[in-house]
Design a protein around this ligand. Structure first.
Ligand SMILES: C[S@@+](CC[C@H](N)C(=O)[O-])C[C@H]1O[C@@H](n2cnc3c(N)ncnc32)[C@H](O)[C@@H]1O
Length: 264
């Protein structure tokens, strides 16, 4: 699966305010990610919020480490513009897989729900390695491939086009972290189910949060009302006893310290 990164950037750039107001899940996960820093002795002097979006993590981190030198990086200029109107962090427009920082620049990198938006997560992880200082910490969240399964299943009964992104396999991601040389990597996961009063609310929310299909080679035509009615009918299989339309996310939380590779 190859993602159309230009389209992803355009999509996030289009409605930063709408994202900020509607991204309830992303905000909640940023809080859960921040909670993990409670157990961490690190007092970072330099911090990077990678793929910061409108700054849910930035806001929390600035409050937690007010004396740190703080940078927020995103591909989307408009997301950064929105952030800079709310916050005094240093903003940088750039690519998470090719970071515009010298090696050993940061004691802490946080990346909330970004890893699954890049085509080569290996590159992103290696760049984090490079710009982290010795004993620097990467703290991230991403989606597992157990996410949006209801939608994937319903679409699968209609056609063979890819409609839902392929997210991370928990075990493979763990191996991936070992491969990219993290010290003491830790992963855990949790399921979050959001329930909507109607199917159209569910679809609209995915759109507001930027969680729409950006797969190269996806069906590019317009979805006819007939097709959407068909999708809704298939989705009825998932409606719970209270009549709500659920969508499941499985969130992977991870952290790891930079491993110093010593040559002898
Ligand atoms: C789901 S949003 C998460 C934003 C933010 N971390 C939050 O918690 O709300 C994903 C963000 O990643 C950014 N992004 C995607 N690919 C990127 C890349 N290659 N480099 C930098 N930012 C990227 C998008 O522009 C978007 O703002």
């Amino acid at each position: 699966m190859i993602l159309n990164t230009e389209e992803i950037t355009q999509r996030f750039s289009k409605h930063p305010k709408r994202y900020h107001q509607n991204a309830v899940l992303q905000k909640e996960i940023s809080l859960r990610l921040l909670e993990r820093l409670e157990y961490c002795k690190l007092v970072p002097e330099t911090i990077l919020d990678l793929g910061c979006g409108t700054g849910f993590m930035t806001n929390g981190i600035v409050n937690r480490y007010p004396d740190a030198d703080f940078y927020s990086l995103d591909y989307s200029f408009n997301m950064l513009k929105f952030l800079s109107e709310q916050n005094s962090a240093n903003i940088v427009c750039g690519d998470a897989t090719c970071l515009p920082f010298p090696s050993n620049s940061f004691d802490l990198i946080v990346a909330n729900l970004v890893l699954h938006w890049v085509n080569n997560s290996n590159e992103l992880l290696l760049e984090c390695q490079r710009v982290l200082s010795e004993d620097g910490l990467l703290l991230f969240s991403t989606l597992s491939n157990n996410s949006l399964l209801e939608l994937k299943d319903a679409w699968g009964k209609i056609d063979n086009y890819p409609h839902v992104h392929r997210y991370f396999d928990f075990i493979e991601l763990g191996n991936h972290l070992l491969k990219t040389f993290w010290r003491d990597p830790v992963l855990d996961r949790e399921k979050i189910v959001i329930r909507y009063n109607s199917f159209s609310n569910l679809m609209q929310d995915l759109k507001n949060n930027g969680l729409t299909n950006s797969i190269m080679g996806r069906f590019k035509g317009l979805y006819t009302p007939k097709k959407l009615v068909e999708l809704e009918e298939l989705y009825l299989d998932y409606v719970d006893s209270s009549g709500k339309f659920p969508i499941t996310y499985e969130i992977i939380y991870g952290h790891g310290l930079k491993k110093i590779l010593r040559t002898v």
